[in-house]
Design a protein around this ligand. Structure first.
Ligand code: JD8
Length: 260
């Protein structure tokens, strides 16, 4: 996958993309990330990229010309999603990350100040995404979040780490507790079940812990989680009164989309 990011603050991406999984994915040629400074496409003497809003009011608005010039020059004849990070976009979830991971190329536009001229949204942008309901100073942190979530889904990126399919938000449940050595720390012991060597019982305990933790902390997630009839009944017993999804998992496997 190739990802092009358009920003007035390219320095903000250096640290996050030079470490860990994103760095390794780039080094292995699984993703190529290019950061483009929108200011490089400003044509006037002072390389101005923003201006005062028509109609008055405070703040500055990013001008359309440098953004169009930058995206069109870098895109060439390619057609690909052009995503604006904005508080007005659809909310970014694991499902959106999975969708974006299917494209060979993505372009991300990061706004600043009061945002971008509306003509950028109307005539250049194909998709608008928000990473959540809180106020950032610009789109850059949101772009970093989107790139992280998408890149780790690309084939071959996760190595020794657990498969992305088992991730908590891919199963629709929070994960239960994790433990490592020592078996006793300041008198606090690791649960005996995890030391028992009974792999089936350990898996069942972990699933129960995941269900319990989701019930306690994010009961809203249970409505969409893939749960067996037994798990639904157990959750009802634990006091869950909310809805469950129409489809149900069988033996913990994903339900087939095809009729029997
Ligand atoms: C882009 C400018 C700040 C937004 C006035 C000052 C995303 N989940 C999210 N929260 N915030 C953003 C975001 C904020 C941005 C820009 C994204 C460009 N700002 C502006 C409008 C109101 N503030 C975001 N994705």
């Amino acid at each position: 996958m190739r990802i092009d990011i358009f920003t007035l603050f390219p320095d903000m991406f250096v640290g996050p993309f030079a470490a860990s999984i994103i760095k390794r994915a780039q080094d292995r040629g699984l993703v190529s990330i290019a950061i483009h400074n929108i200011r490089d496409w400003a044509t006037d003497k002072h390389q101005i990229t923003d201006d005062t809003p028509y109609g008055g009011g405070g703040g500055m608005v990013m001008k359309p010309e440098p953004i169009f010039a930058a995206v069109e020059a870098v895109r060439g004849d390619d057609s690909c999603p052009v995503i604006l990070l904005t508080p007005q976009g659809r909310v970014f979830t694991q499902a959106v990350a999975q969708e974006l991971a299917t494209y060979p190329r993505l372009m991300l536009i990061c706004g600043r100040y009061e945002g971008v001229d509306e003509r950028v949204r109307e005539h250049l942008v194909t998709d608008e995404i928000s990473i959540g309901d809180y106020v950032l100073s610009g789109g850059e942190p949101a772009a970093i979040v989107v790139v992280d979530a998408v890149v780790r889904l690309l084939p071959g990126v996760l190595g020794y780490e657990r498969s992305a399919l088992e991730d908590s938000h891919a199963t629709g449940l929070l994960e239960g507790p994790h433990y490592t050595r020592p078996v006793e720390f300041r008198g606090w012991r690791v649960p005996d079940i995890l030391l028992s060597g009974h792999h089936a019982r350990i898996a069942a305990w972990r699933r129960q812990q995941a269900l319990l933790r989701t019930l306690q902390r994010r009961p809203d997630l249970l409505a969409r989680a893939r749960l067996t009839p037994q798990e639904r009944a157990w959750l009802r017993n634990q006091g869950y009164t909310g809805p469950f999804a129409g489809e149900e998992a069988v033996n913990g496997k994903a339900p087939s989309p095809f009729p029997a």
